[in-house]
Ligand binder design. Sequence first.
Ligand code: ZN
Length: 278
Amino acid sequence: MLRLAAALTAATLVASAGYAAASASTAPTRPTVSDGAVPAPSSASPHAGSVSRAAAPLAGTTIVIDPGHQLGNSRFPRQINRPVAAGGLRKACNTTGTATNAGFPEATFTWRVAKRLRAMLRARGATVVMTRTRNSRALWGPCVDVRGKLGNKGYRGRTRAADLKISIHGDGAAASGRGFHVIVTSRRGAVVRSARLGRLTRSALEDRGFRRSTYTAAGTALVRRGDLGTLNLSRIPTVMVELGNMRNPRDARTMRAKAGQRRYARALAVAAQSYLGR
Ligand SMILES: [Zn+2]
């Protein structure tokens, strides 16, 4: 209930930003469909295959990273509040996201972790698809329907489904609570595989020293929800991670720091790799 209340409050806040101020019209961030490279096979030797596998354990895989929100969302209320199909329900295209009490935006936090994660996954041979490729106050979106569908087989010409998706967020809960939680879909479909990815993500974050949420999920740090377009519309194993509570001073310090961002990214890279069995 607490989660639901928080979500409703956020939605209400965004809705109250109003439609009147919108006049500018700017194209939303355009997701890239091919945004990485599989390394060339190593030269012929009796051990070429194993060497290549060790150097690039994620070769041949495609991973979607969804850095939550866009920095300019608050400047485009008409576009951001527009309802879109979100898997059996309609929801606002997106929200502004939250921020630390000092004003460090969630969009920038998710972007920085996503960029580090992208570099780590590419270094291991993965092809990475991003739902947005810039962090700019001049841009908005994409909407949750695009974020949800990107990576699905058949969407935007994709002939093979991506292997998994990680949607990166920071929470904006009451300041006293801290810690991460992982959200997976409660819908049918990719639910079983997503649940496994969720458990591995939790383990990877804990192994990197992050604490489970103290304010939701009853200490499990795992939540199932059926009201999120990003999860509802995805047909591949998907987790949404709330990496910390940006309103909590201790979490905010970690989320603001480069070392903290790097540690989050490392944990997510480990989760992806262990899920893929590489
Ligand atoms: Zn968010």
